[in-house]
Design a protein around this ligand. Structure first.
Ligand SMILES: NC(=O)NCCC(=O)O
Length: 417
């Protein structure tokens, strides 16, 4: 990381100096938004924001005020707290359907060398005030990050980390059920699942806890990465739960876990099943995916006329034994920096500024779900999608004798004069 400073020499020449920073910030700023806002003239920043964040009902996202107690907790417990609002047009025949949605990003609480039970308990302790702040702020639906109850140890390929896996009705779910009940809140809890009834198998799973503290259901990660240090297929395989949409008292929600965000058909399937908000709990690092991060979520929200809540871990998790990435590069003991930057994208192409790149955080956003149908009516993506064309292509593609439809230039191999 580097921080830039402008200095003026005696001859009036402006020199830009850079200073190395290793705190996970962007040149000393906690997000791209704050970097731009601090360095651009207001009229330029407004224009850049218009394109970078889009406009919602013709204007920039409004901030919303939260109870004072939430700000006090965020400063005492040192987590980023931001709150915004997506509006929809007023309709004559339907009342607004406004829900308050929260995303939590966090680093682990103890070194990965600490006893496992201590690590688990410390994460619970760390999350408690953040979840309480969400509840006290009236959050209706809250989503945590991928495998929130453990370090993201899947880079190591060591099987001892499987000990963190739990059946869906166990400790981590019980911990969250109390908050769901206390705050009348739906909670999405992405965990490492152990399915005892199916031979103790392990899955990357999101548990959906209803506002009565009940378990509504679960969804298992559909697409498992084999990229860089993301050696997750050493631990679990592709999910077998399809693309469920969970109808909750606050709206229809679905979960596209991390690497699934690179698969447009995965996003589409949740949309076809009627999702109004799709959460993307993730664990991903700067070097691998940061330029993709804001684009994929925003594109999914636009293409499928739903809201997307993107959550990423924060910080660097260092493991006791070094590992390699199979790319000839030196062995190392961490994934790199999990860059946080959790945010919401809306179907009208607008999105909120992101949470910090290097601090724990809670992002709260009000959204009028009427916006989903309004965008369907406006752009008609569902009506113009030509699904039958693609169904036919895919059916054909899956056959062993498939041949790509390529029309070659008959003069392809003719030498130029
Ligand atoms: N957790 C996970 O699936 N990470 C894969 C890397 C990425 O998709 O950015």
């Amino acid at each position: 990381m580097e921080k830039t400073h402008e200095t003026e020499a005696d001859n009036g020449e402006v020199k830009v100096e850079t200073k190395a920073l290793n705190d996970g910030s962007l040149c000393g700023y906690d997000s791209l938004h704050s970097l731009l806002s601090a360095n651009l003239k207001p009229e330029l920043f407004q224009e850049v924001s218009r394109l970078l964040l889009g406009l919602n009902c013709g204007r920039a996202n409004d901030n919303i005020a939260l109870p004072e107690s939430a700000y006090v907790v965020s400063s005492e417990c040192d987590f980023d707290l931001k709150a915004f609002c997506f509006h929809a047009d007023k309709e004559l025949l339907r009342a607004p359907r406004i829900v308050r949605v929260g995303l939590i990003q966090n680093s682990i609480a103890l070194p990965t060398t600490a006893p496992f039970l201590d690590q688990k308990r410390a994460i619970y302790q760390k999350l408690k005030p953040i979840i309480e702040a969400a509840g006290a702020s009236g959050v209706n639906i809250l989503c945590l990050q991928e495998a929130w109850m453990m370090p993201f140890a899947f880079c190591t390929r060591e099987k001892r980390w499987c000990e963190f896996a739990e059946p869906v009705d166990r400790e981590s779910t019980q911990f969250l059920q109390d908050f769901a009940l206390k705050y009348n809140m739906v909670i999405i809890s992405p965990i490492l699942e152990r399915d005892v009834n199916h031979g103790e198998t392990i899955w990357n799973t999101a548990v959906i806890i209803g506002n009565h503290g009940n378990i509504i259901g679960k969804h298992r990660k559909n697409h498992i990465p084999r990229v860089g240090d993301f050696n997750e297929s050493t631990y679990y395989i592709e999910g077998n739960t399809g693309h469920p949409v969970f109808e909750t008292v606050y709206g229809k929600i679905a979960v596209n876990i991390c690497y699934g965000r690179h698969h447009p058909l995965n996003w589409l399937a949740f949309g076809l099943n009627g999702a109004e908000i799709v959460f993307n709990p993730s664990a991903t690092v700067g070097e691998l995916s940061e330029p993709m991060w804001p684009i994929e979520a925003r594109n999914a929200a636009i293409a499928n006329s739903y809201f997307v809540g993107s959550i990423n871990r924060v910080g660097t998790e260092t493991f006791p034994n070094p590992f390699t990435s199979g790319d000839g590069k030196p062995q190392h003991a961490d994934f790199g920096h999990f860059y946080g930057s959790s945010h919401f994208s809306a179907p009208d192409a607008s999105c909120t500024p992101s949470l910090s790149r290097n601090r724990d955080g809670l992002l709260i956003t009000d959204m009028d779900l009427n916006l989903c149908r309004q965008l369907k009516d406006k752009w008609g993506f569902r009506m113009t999608a030509r699904y039958e064309l693609y169904a036919e292509l895919l059916a054909h593609y899956l056959k062993p004798d498939f041949e790509p439809q390529v029309i070659s230039d008959p003069l392809l191999h003719k030498k130029s004069l």
